[in-house]
Write a protein that binds this ligand. Structure first.
Ligand code: GLN
Length: 485
């Protein structure tokens, strides 16, 4: 078996037992990326030299018996909106095509501490705005299960890389579904943790009250082990909170007897592809056989989540993205007449269509005549969404539903119809609006052989339950082990 075909945790074990060298593992993965990424385009950049130097250091720690944690020495790949000192962080945008951060994101420091070797940066929708990875300035990323289809987004590169065995595990970000939805489209497992439990310091902001870093891997065990690495309170992020739990990987038991799972009926109504529905309901049955109590309940608020999300996320984005002015860093227009013209041309040429649309929408909903009608109203809806979840979690330990209404779309299918694309986020955005943890795990394939994912949603700090339920499910199913040709 090739090294790149190993599971992340198996590789971690062999590195620890010194059957495989750290440099050998990084090299094998980089060779794999070189051989296959021409077709997939999951990576924006790779770092062979830096990875080799880093691997040597990590190997010394392994040799000295200082390697801690099940993923010590295992190569990792990170989404290109996470700062890695000295390495370009493009955020999928022309605006940052040449940006080399002089510092690490806190999650990057966490990876370093855990003995990870970063091998490259992953493709994404421009500024994480999108659901297909088609808006990337670095070119469309393709779904390894069918390269005429999108991998989902915005962490499409992360999900595609894991699916194509071009990454053992990856860090992504999720503002409205960007880890869970691509995980679902690519047949891998991904988690968006409770807001605040993973630092956002050094992560390029899209919508700060919704953005959260999380992890993707082949299975729940890998995702749990990698979440252990990045979960930490951070003084550099004022929204950071300490997670009362931890030891996600150690706590996986596979026992979910008596677990109460709620199925929101409004997540299974009109607009949901019947094949997706069938697979998610089959997963519910499977969890029931494992000892969980599954029950349907109404959650009518779902009708309002997409407009509330797009108003709030665009409002925050319009403010966050005002820092890109062509002066301090990033792209600057070549010809301009005065300062105003420099701003105008740099922003016009540096940002893509979707980003501009959202900046305009955000400025509109925040403008004095419309603030109350749109922004304030969206904040009220957000409070109602939070309340609906609070009520649900008085009765249930977790909720189960689909991740997305369909399986992976054809490339180009939704590009000209932003509203249709936004509606595809209906099952994921409320988790971010309420600050909750959400997990996506493979639960079958549709008639065209495309992966279907299920979503587990927990109360704040409920990561352990979600990971354990997915782990239990993966002990008796093998969807997560299937790989594209
Ligand atoms: N698809 C959603 C959007 O375009 C979510 C993106 C994300 O989570 N970064 O806003």
């Amino acid at each position: 078996m090739n090294i790149w075909e190993l599971d992340a945790l198996e590789l971690g074990k062999r590195i620890k037992d010194r059957e495989i060298g750290v440099a050998e593992a990084a090299d094998a993965l980089l060779d794999r990326i070189e051989a296959t990424d021409g077709e997939v385009n999951a990576y924006v950049s790779t770092f062979r030299q830096e990875a080799a130097a880093r691997a040597q250091q990590v190997q010394k720690m392994v040799d000295a018996g200082e390697g801690k944690g099940p993923l010590f020495g295992v190569p990792v790949s990170v989404k290109d909106n996470i700062c890695v000192k000295g390495m370009t962080t493009t955020c999928g945008s022309r605006m940052l095509y040449n940006f080399r951060p002089p510092y690490n994101a806190t999650v990057t420091d966490c990876l370093d501490k855990a003995g990870a070797v970063i091998v490259g940066k992953l493709n994404m929708d421009e500024f994480a705005m999108g659901s297909t990875t088609e808006t990337s300035y670095m070119g469309v990323c393709k779904n390894p299960w069918d390269t005429s289809r999108v991998p989902g987004g915005s962490s499409g590169g992360a999900a595609a890389a894991v699916a194509a065995s071009e990454a053992f595990y990856a860090l992504g970000t999720d503002t409205g579904g960007s880890i869970r939805q691509p995980a679902s489209f690519c047949g891998v497992t991904g988690i968006k943790p409770t807001y605040g439990t993973v630092s956002r310091y050094g992560v390029v902001a899209y919508a700060s009250s919704l953005d959260q870093v999380g992890t993707l891997g082949r299975d729940a065990a890998t995702v749990a082990a990698s979440l252990d690495i990045i979960t930490a309170k951070d003084a550099k992020d004022s929204t950071s909170v300490a997670h009362p739990d931890g030891g996600f990987y150690e706590s996986l038991s596979g026992d979910i007897k008596g677990m109460r799972i709620g199925l929101p009926t409004d997540y299974f109504g009109e607009g949901l592809d019947p094949q997706v529905k069938e697979k998610v309901l089959a997963a519910a049955k499977q969890l029931e056989q494992l000892g969980a109590h599954v029950e349907e309940f109404p959650m009518p608020i779902v009708e309002y989540v997409v407009p509330a999300y797009y108003i709030i996320s665009c409002a925050e984005a319009s403010s966050n993205l005002s820092r890109y002015d062509g002066v301090k860093y990033g792209f600057r227009a070549e010809h301009y007449e005065d300062l105003y013209d420099l701003y105008l041309k740099s922003r016009s040429q540096g940002f893509g269509m979707e980003v501009k649309r959202r900046i305009m929408l955000g400025n509109f909903v925040l403008s004095s005549g419309y603030y109350d009608a749109y922004y304030n109203k969206a904040l009220k809806v957000r409070a109602l969404i939070k309340k609906a979840f609070d009520e649900a979690f008085q009765k249930y330990d977790m909720l189960l539903g689909p991740v997305a209404p369909t399986t992976a779309l054809k490339i180009g299918e939704n590009l000209d119809d932003p509203l249709k694309m936004y509606l595809g986020d209906i099952y994921t955005v409320s988790v971010n609006l309420a600050g909750l943890p959400g997990l996506s795990a493979p639960c079958g394939f549709d008639g065209q052989g495309l992966p279907v994912g299920m979503q587990l949603i927990g109360p704040a700090f409920g990561e352990k339950r979600l990971l354990n339920a997915a782990y239990a499910y993966q002990q008796v199913t093998d969807f997560h082990q299937k790989k594209p040709q």
